[in-house]
Design a protein around this ligand. Structure first.
Ligand code: ACO
Length: 382
């Protein structure tokens, strides 16, 4: 056993997985061998979920049956809505509200005693959780706007139903396709912090609700999923200041501030998902005639590239362009990270199920650096 310390588990190989292939040097991502660019163009989020959970792309019949079963699970209990009402009253943040509500979902699971080793039962649980996340988020948003939550529409796609429940109107094709593609791009990404958190929890043979709840907690941090909101806040800050984007980025560099949406533990070049989202943002900017966010992000990227960041392996990640895309779709800023969770839940579930099939409790070591053999002085003598 090596006693070399690997801070942050950087570069440590802990498991084998058939789910996502990442080459961080060239900027390549594949789900089960399918390049992300191809999936983004040619597969819906439902097809991607099927691929991650069942190991292959569905044919039309399999997809129709899968989508129907998923859509049939969208509704949540009144008790969950009541919890959301209380959380709105308490001014809870959406990501924390999602974490609480997902945890509560287990109370109405029809198979509470299912064995985690029963793959089919776990996938049924995973389907229920994934189906209910959009309903929870849309209900939370409507409640805090003082509006009644809307019933899910089973005949809409996963992406379309979420946008409908959020806004009360069926989305246009461009919004639905764009959102669907964003969900595909975020669905899986190897052993990132939130996926690993879910797997650690799953490795104790705890149930999927625990794994997904833990995953949401890990994803909420600014070093992980929280960065997409930080990028948008940065863009608004630039817009409201008298500084241009380059001047803002220059000052941030001088102040030693990390640029949100830049840098990645695995990618040492531009994240392939960022490239796809940048292209989408270009389309949306052209169609809407509003290119402000595209201009700001492009200028910041050009400046930081000139400054040599990309050469040093610090490049735009998926979060650098996703917020601007969501802003074009009219989605509130503090829902960006919860939306990430909506998509990534598919990956967490796939990984936990895969890991539990050949389970080994995850239990690393720490090197003790404190004092030893101390004597306890009775409290009155301390
Ligand atoms: N802006 C400026 N410099 C950066 C940035 C950044 N965003 N990210 C890393 N660096 C620099 C560090 O200062 C460090 O420089 P140094 O060696 O001169 O001190 C060097 O790059 C290496 O940084 P580490 O912290 O060791 O890299 P690590 O792999 O731990 O961090 C992380 C990766 C956490 C994502 C980091 O790049 C970061 O904080 N980025 C901003 C937040 C962000 O965008 N998170 C989303 C990641 S993608 C995702 O989770 C979906």
């Amino acid at each position: 056993m090596s006693d070399e310390l690997q801070r942050g588990l950087e570069g440590v190989l802990v498991a084998e997985s058939d789910l996502s292939y990442i080459d961080g040097e060239v900027g390549e991502l594949q789900y089960r061998g399918y390049p992300i660019e191809d999936l983004a163009r040619n597969a819906t989020f439902e097809e991607v979920l099927y691929l991650l959970w069942h190991g292959e792309l569905p044919d039309r019949d399999a997809l129709a049956a899968f989508s129907e079963r998923l859509a049939a699970e969208h509704a949540v209990d009144d008790a969950v809505i009541e919890t959301l009402e209380r959380l709105v009253e308490a001014d809870e943040r959406p990501m924390a509200a999602l974490r609480t509500a997902v945890s509560q979902l287990s109370a109405s699971d029809p198979e509470p005693d299912a064995d985690p080793e029963d793959v089919e039962a776990s996938l049924r649980k995973g389907r229920r959780i994934t189906a209910k996340i959009p309903t929870i988020l849309a209900a939370f948003e409507r409640l805090r706007q003082g509006e009644e939550p809307l019933e899910p529409q089973e005949d809409l796609s996963y992406a379309g139903n979420f946008l409908y429940m959020l806004t009360g109107a069926e989305p246009d094709d461009v919004s639905e396709e764009t959102f669907d593609m964003a969900l595909t791009l975020h669905a899986d990404h190897g052993f990132n912090a939130s996926t690993f958190t879910s797997i650690v929890i799953g490795s104790t043979m705890a149930d999927l609700y625990s794994s997904v709840t833990g995953g949401i907690g890990a994803l909420s941090g600014p070093l992980h999923g929280g960065a997409n909101q930080d990028v948008m806040e940065m863009l608004f800050e630039i817009d409201e200041s008298d500084k241009g984007p380059v001047e803002w980025a220059k000052d941030a560099r001088n102040d030693g501030v990390r640029i949100p949406g830049w840098g990645h533990r695995v990618y040492k070049t531009k994240d392939p998902r960022a490239k796809i989202l940048q292209g989408k943002l270009e389309d949306l900017a052209e169609a809407s005639g509003g290119s402000k966010w595209l201009d700001y992000t492009t200028e910041i990227e050009a400046y930081l590239t000139d400054e040599g960041l990309v050469e040093k392996g610090i490049a735009p990640n998926v979060d650098f362009y996703s917020g601007s895309v969501y802003d074009h779709l009219g989605i509130p800023m503090d829902l960006y990270t919860p939306i990430f969770a909506m998509s990534r839940a598919g990956g967490w579930i796939a990984h936990v199920v895969e890991y539990q099939e050949d389970n080994r409790l995850i239990r690393p070591l720490s090197r003790y650096t404190g004092p030893r053999d101390q004597e306890v002085t009775p409290i009155d003598e301390r």
